[in-house]
Design a protein around this ligand. Sequence first.
Ligand code: HGY
Ligand code: MN
Ligand code: MN
Length: 413
Amino acid sequence: MNRPALSINPDRLIERLNRLGEKGALSGGGCCRLALSDEDRQGRDLVVGWMRELGLKVSIDGIGNVMGLRPGSEDGPPVMVGSHIDTVRTGGLYDGCLGVLGGLEVVETLNETGITTKRPLAVTFFTNEEGARFAPDMMGSAVHQGFLDLDKALGLTSIEGDRVGDELEQIGYRGDAETGQLRAHCYIELHIEQGPVLDAEGITIGIVEKVQGISWSELTIEGVSNHAGTTPMALRCDAGVVASRVAVEAREMAERMGGDQVATVGVTELEPNQVNVIPRRAVMTVDLRNTDERLLQDAESHLFAFAESAAQEEGAALEKRTLARFEPVLFDQQMVDTVERNAKQLGYSTRRLPSGAGHDAQMMAPNCPTAMIFVPSRDGISHNIEEFTTPEDIEAGANVLLHVVLDKAGGGQ
Ligand code: HGY
Ligand code: MN
Ligand code: MN
């Protein structure tokens, strides 16, 4: 592949990805940089340092969203590029970070070629996109967009009981910029696909048309703990059995529904969690997704009705708490076409597809022209320390980001 006339520096971008990956590095590879942890602070400090080195004016808002602003030849709402730098517990180097550091690479390329765009540019990372420590996910972008009240967000707590506001103070990122003040002209997010499609088809650039809806719930099942040896089967009230039946039904329901429906039980905690004690309590999470809102609602109502009846049959009590609920979004058609046109002009293979993963772009889309650029994930692996995207695909994705930014921000002077 010959490089476009105006091209990013892939080695510099990959170097930054590796440097950021050192913050929260796991001994066997990958990294764990949970939102508002000390590792997150270290990652934030590193990226803010790079923003300042590149001459960006950095602002931090009340939920810890960080925006680096590059002036244009004219004032007005910036073209915003960004994503997140927090990870899940078994994170890779690219999820989120590629979109943020790809944005910094675009800025550095424009700086060294002396290009000033007409519109200002903003490179952003949003707080707690993953929701791995504090639900809901996409927290920072939801507050930025006004879908989640700032004070409510600051008061949310993790499973361990840590409070968002306190943790934000602790890492020094409870900023004083007003949340939601910086309105973008448009928003573009470069991201790894995190699924198998592009890699399986040998396609370089994914043109993302929509993001599926997400439903996260926590079910708490209250049974009765008793002796595993002396309690007859007919006299048991086993919270663990109810949780297991719900998990199996979630899988079978998704298989029956087919299409885009997916279902995941990612957390199951039993109490007292001992080999010879019937569990008195089970706390489990259910992640349901579909590109079709009505089907997603059908899945929710079926599964939670099943859970109620399974609990009743066992004589157990069931409580459901919604952790996150986002509807499917369609990206702005003109923005999607712009991404596709630029990718094709650069000579990359492309295909349109939906996003199975949630993204900050999902929060931006309802009132800001938004699009995403996907690059392949090897074997479709993500949220796993084996997450990998080739240097060639990283370069291609960042070059498409560069040219879409120039397209939307008004090319170089
Ligand atoms: O869960 C998601 O889809 C995203 O990675 N937060
Ligand atoms: Mn992500
Ligand atoms: Mn993720």
